[in-house]
Design a protein around this ligand. Structure first.
Ligand SMILES: [Zn+2]
Ligand SMILES: [Zn+2]
Length: 288
């Protein structure tokens, strides 16, 4: 919906300069018994937003999510959007506080003085979807977000990566020349998820997408999906036997582990790890 009564375009988020250089290495997320995130040790501020008093779809949507006593009819709101590797929160404050923070003359309220809501106004849909710009955790959109201990000593890695848009959902698709940011996970025991498991990777537009991918990764690590079994090569053996029969000589089919190492999860994790090490060392050299 867009008409003169819904000036969402007057809401312009402002990124915190260089916020992506603050990688919060060693940050810890705390999980409840159901695997949901209950707390995070550190956040970084990604962007700030001032929501004007005039009516808009975005303002209505925001107010719908606010507690009654936090709503301020006819007055603007100040928002700061904070994020960790796997979570996003919104600080609700005065527009003047946001302006002072932007100009570097004040810090944002913290602790008991802060009004914090879980999640950003946009979770990838609704009137905020077009307002909040897509952003990755790592500058460039490639790196390791977290690691989880899996079944039987497995390591499950949550990571960001970039890929040609045409190949994001089909490795044998047609390249478009346009790069897209993704978030996914990988288990080094069973080499899941497989290429065809479409609901295990996400377009990476913000902390809510990383949160989804993280939830799936932890579900797998805990053995919740019952899928963590080392590939036994049965399928490859069957395909190979049929192909060999047809052709009259032995045809080898690469195992899941081999194709993973070459071009799927293992390969992407290896690359993400190398990029992360480079960024961490660059941050060290600049005194951070
Ligand atoms: Zn596994
Ligand atoms: Zn693998």
């Amino acid at each position: 919906m867009s008409d003169v009564n819904t000036p969402n375009s007057s809401i312009t988020p402002v990124f915190v300069p260089n916020y992506q250089s603050n990688l919060l290495a060693g940050n810890t997320h705390h999980y409840g018994p159901n695997g949901r995130i209950q707390g995070v040790d550190f956040y970084r501020v990604a962007m700030t937003v001032i929501v004007p008093a005039e009516p808009s779809d975005a303002r209505t949507d925001l107010e719908d999510s606010l507690r009654e006593d936090h709503r301020r009819p006819g007055q603007p709101y100040g928002l700061a959007l904070l994020e960790s590797q796997q979570f996003g929160v919104m600080l609700l404050t005065e527009p003047s506080t946001i302006e002072a923070f932007r100009s570097g003359t004040a810090v944002l309220p913290g602790g008991a003085d802060a009004t914090i809501y879980g999640g950003w106004p946009s979770c990838g849909y609704g009137p905020w979807e077009k307002i909040i710009p897509a952003a990755t955790w790592y500058p460039g959109g490639t790196g390791i977000l977290d690691e989880f201990e899996g079944v039987d000593g497995a390591k499950v890695t949550l990571y960001e990566y970039t890929v040609d848009e045409g190949l994001a959902w089909n490795r044998r698709g047609t390249p478009t020349g346009k790069t897209t940011a993704m978030v996914g996970w990988h288990c080094d025991r069973c080499h899941r998820p497989y290429e065809m498991e479409f609901d295990e990777r996400f377009e990476n537009r913000g902390p809510h997408d990383r949160q989804w991918a993280g939830r799936n990764a932890r579900g797998h690590a805990r053995g919740q999906d019952g899928k963590c079994r080392p590939p036994r090569g049965d399928l490859e053996e069957l395909v190979s036997a049929v192909a060999s029969d047809l052709r009259g000589y032995r045809v080898e089919v690469p195992s899941q582990a081999a194709s993973c190492a070459a071009e799927e999860g293992c390969a992407r994790v290896r690359h993400a790890r190398a990029v992360t090490a480079r960024l961490a060392s660059a941050a060290g050299q600049t005194g951070r």
